[in-house]
Design a protein around this ligand. Sequence first.
Ligand SMILES: [Zn+2]
Length: 222
Amino acid sequence: MKVRNIHQFIEGFQRFQSKYFAGEDPLYEQLNNGQNPTTLLIGCCDSRVDPALLLDCDPGDIFVVRNVANLVPPCNELGHQQGVSAAVQFAVEALNVQRIIVMGHEKCGGIRALMEGYTSARKIDFIGHWMKIVEPVKRQIKTQLAHCSVAEQNRACEMGAILMSLNNLRSFPWIAEREARGEIALHGWYFDMSHGALLAYSDRSDSFLPMVCPLGVPQQAA
Ligand SMILES: [Zn+2]
């Protein structure tokens, strides 16, 4: 695996600079006047699943919130400082995004920790506390898929967590109202890392279906 040192990051910025700040009509000339992304994407912190890289986006395309296991907590005014809820509110109320994508992924370390019942040896267990958001999904899977392999259970939990986050998004009144008026659409996507494929949740089939098949597999009509 390629190990990057600090100089490679600096060279990386130089390539970014020549891509976006050179030429006749540099993108940042517009972006300096403000951002206008149409999409809020909630993704995982995992270094393998950078949403802008996966979706080949330019700066300004997507407003991104990343956290452990791409979770959205339910709307709760009484909680402590809530970075995810604040970012979601800003994207919806100030930027007027037209869609929200919750993008989960295979082999998620946060979900694996939850499923294995990981607890930190430290006195303050931030990971365990955060992952409690999807504890009901874990309980359901441990009961209903008790006969399945660990990998199958984890995959089911990764997908279940996406659906739970979509439901939690609907607990924010300003999202539920906009969705009811058809002004915002909510999507659940799943990056299948083993196969290099992208799946999307289908209400109609109540399952995740391939939206982009692995290379070499014919694309199916949606
Ligand atoms: Zn993850």
